[in-house]
Write a protein that binds this ligand. Structure first.
Ligand SMILES: Cc1cc2nc3c(=O)[nH]c(=O)nc-3n(C[C@H](O)[C@H](O)[C@H](O)COP(=O)(O)OP(=O)(O)OC[C@H]3O[C@@H](n4cnc5c(N)ncnc54)[C@H](O)[C@@H]3O)c2cc1C
Length: 495
């Protein structure tokens, strides 16, 4: 006798989508969230709520944002984001390692899943300011992302928990899943630790949606490599790889890039983990395409303007980690200060400001001053001054002749006041995990489904390698969560 038809492990976006979809199949569902209720929601709750979906311009955006005003429409170029462009982006940023079946499943289901979320109470808005700048009175969306969930990640998760309550889903907080119970022919439930006491929950199907291993220092050092134990965790402290380990223990196949992670340039002195109650978003340092990044030697080490932020930020955390002593400084001048994201102005930023570059680098005490001044002077001399700056497009305003050129948005750094911000590496989530098929069955090493076991979200391997296109994480969690829940519901209710 099962306690529930389906048990879902995890309490973030992927788990909630799975739980809702399973309940909609008619299954009785329990959701097991390791965090206490007040910290529920995983990394999903920390997000800005951005979703990357296929769309063909204003008509499609209006379907998702029904109260889009005529004034907004008049001042905005939403562009379009075709399935081909989405697949190209996924292929390009992952160096074509992405599992093509998973890529197609994500892309083909993206728009429909956004509509499905709307039907469950999630409201979406256009992401002005972050995905489109006000440039000469007009907004132009760039980088494949237009919408975000109202209220960001917190709003998204809140709406999803509300829907879960409406669907009669049982939620257990502060409950850590520790093992999958495998019976003779299929999965039969999970073991959990609740208030220090081990219990077993019997179920006909189990969905794992409990995140990657980014919050385990030990696993970071073991799989990502030396130095990664020192990275700051941007989000939840509860994702310590449990779901991956539990599945491997019963024969699941490891898949994807276990040495890879989404990691960004992040406030250098941020706390070790994110804190949903604090100013967790203060750590963002995503405006580097408009400035320079230098290391302790005062040298640049990435092409800050290689592409839109959406396509570079997730790999530049690793680049910072690999610098001497794993820090860097982002440097801006007066020409671009108004474009810096709000987080640069928040309390807690390690920031210096000066009226000359000499004074600035004196304040950046751990940077080689001569090296820095040489870098900026060489850079300024290499800037193509006759190309117009445009933050909403790859403007081709570049440097010429440097060993490491800047490809776009290469304004000179010469107009006072100057500001510099110190950054370290902030890890978001890990790329390696379990192998699933497009129906979200967890596969064993012979590529056969483990009966009754499904997975979605960050613990799925095979989607992201080396890099990641911004706002694909929530979309993937929702698409595969919905599929996993539906598959689990059907499996559990099959005669
Ligand atoms: C600061 C920040 C900003 C981001 N911004 C965006 C964005 O705008 N757009 C986007 O697409 N992505 C964004 N991301 C990435 C995004 O958070 C993830 O891709 C996505 O949330 C993953 O969802 P998930 O449900 O798989 O994992 P999570 O939301 O992390 O959920 C995992 C859940 O599992 C629970 N758990 C862990 N172990 C156990 C266990 N043993 N038993 C029970 N429960 C367990 C955790 O408590 C948690 O509730 C951002 C991430 C961060 C940190």
């Amino acid at each position: 006798m099962s306690d529930f038809d389906v048990v879902v492990i995890g309490g973030g976006n992927a788990a909630l989508c799975a739980a809702l979809a399973a309940a909609e199949k008619g299954a009785s569902v329990a959701l097991i969230e390791r965090a206490p209720e007040e910290k529920r929601g995983g990394n999903s709750r920390f997000t800005g709520g951005g979703f990357r979906m296929v769309h063909h311009g204003v008509q499609d955006i209006k379907r998702v944002v029904p109260d889009l005003s005529d004034a907004d429409i008049a001042r905005t170029d939403f562009g379009e984001y075709t399935r081909e462009a989405y697949l190209d982006d996924l292929g390009r940023v992952t160096q074509y390692y992405i599992d093509p079946d998973l890529a197609e499943t994500l892309v083909e289901n993206s728009t429909d899943t956004v509509h499905w979320l709307m039907g469950r109470g999630v409201k979406f808005l256009p992401n002005y300011g972050r995905q489109a700048y006000n440039h000469e009175g007009r907004f132009k969306f760039f980088g494949g992302v237009v919408i975000y969930a109202n209220g960001g990640g917190a709003g998204l998760v809140e709406s999803e928990y509300k829907a879960a309550t409406k669907h009669g889903i049982t939620v257990r907080y502060g409950a850590r899943a520790t093992a999958i119970v495998r019976g003779g022919s299929s999965v039969e439930g999970v073991k959990i630790l609740l208030d220090g006491i081990e219990q077993e929950i019997k179920a006909k199907a189990v969905v794992l949606a409990c995140g990657g291993f980014e919050s385990s220092r030990e696993m970071r050092a073991r799989y990502l490599g030396p130095g990664w134990d020192m990275a700051k965790v941007r989000g939840t402290r509860y994702n310590t790889g449990d779901g991956i380990r539990m599945a491997l223990d019963i024969g699941a196949q490891s898949y994807g890039q276990w040495s890879g992670a989404h990691a960004v340039a992040w406030e250098r002195y941020a706390s070790d983990y994110g804190d949903v109650d604090g100013q967790h978003s203060a750590g963002y340092r995503h405006s580097y395409p408009f400035g320079l990044m230098v290391n302790a030697n005062g040298e640049r080490f990435v092409d800050e303007g290689a592409d839109f932020r959406n396509y570079t930020y997730a790999k530049y955390g690793r680049a910072v980690l690999e610098q001497p002593s794993s820090y860097a400084w982002q440097v801006f001048d007066a020409q671009v200060l108004p474009l810096l994201r709000d987080e640069y102005k928040m309390r807690g930023a390690t920031k210096v400001r000066a009226d000359s570059l000499e004074e600035l680098v004196n304040k950046m005490q751990d940077v080689n001053a001569a090296g820095f001044l040489r870098t900026v002077s060489d850079y300024n001399a290499a800037v193509k001054r006759d190309v117009k700056f445009d933050p909403n497009s790859r403007d081709g305003k570049c440097t010429v002749g440097l060993a490491l050129n800047k490809s776009n948005w290469a304004n000179t750094i010469e107009m006072a006041p100057f500001e510099a911000y110190s950054v370290g590496c902030g890890i978001t989530f890990t790329f390696g995990g379990l192998k699933i098929d497009p129906q979200a069955h967890v596969l064993d090493i012979e590529d056969m489904p483990i009966p009754g076991l499904f997975a979605a979200g960050e613990l799925v391997g095979g989607l992201f390698y080396f890099n990641y296109p911004g706002s694909a994480g929530l979309m993937a969690g929702a698409v595969f969560g919905r599929i996993a829940g539906g598959s689990a519901g059907e499996f559990a209710l099959a005669p």
